[in-house]
Design a protein around this ligand. Structure first.
Ligand SMILES: [Zn+2]
Length: 138
């Protein structure tokens, strides 16, 4: 089945496979935040508009500002604790936030034979998703 949002085949099952790998092997788990952010940005029907923009900001912090996942977790926790995040993150209406359906890189471009190529490919995928979403105005 071709995914209407990212245009890849079986992206959901690949994503589930990746998460399983990341949770069982620390080497793969190193890029967990990038995997989730890149996938969510390419599947905007799962998010609200605010949630999508929030994911994009997170991805930018990981990729461009090179903030560590633990630092970002702390920031997120702080903003949640003080009740700053007032928006809904996940959407259940199934409507995509963005109408982009063609991408330079999608989940099948990520090779999984070892942690080194996996991390390099996920990073390249995440970078290209950021490049292609950065100019989208909502
Ligand atoms: Zn997809």
């Amino acid at each position: 089945m071709i995914c209407p949002e990212c245009g890849a085949t079986d992206c959901r099952s690949r994503f589930d496979e990746f998460l399983a790998l990341e949770f069982t092997d620390m080497g793969y788990g190193a890029v967990h935040n990038l995997t989730v952010a890149a996938y969510m940005l390419q599947h905007s029907s799962k998010l609200t508009k605010e949630g999508w923009m929030y994911e994009r900001d997170l991805l930018r912090e990981f990729v461009v500002e090179k903030k560590s996942p633990s630092l970002i977790r702390q920031q997120v926790k702080n903003s949640l604790d003080s009740g700053k995040r007032t928006f809904k993150f996940k959407s259940k209406d199934g409507k995509p936030v963005i109408n982009k359906t063609s991408w330079t890189k999608t989940i099948p471009d990520v090779r999984t034979e070892n942690a080194e190529v996996y991390c390099a490919d996920v990073t390249a995928w995440a970078r290209s998703v950021l490049e292609e979403t950065e100019t989208i105005k909502l």
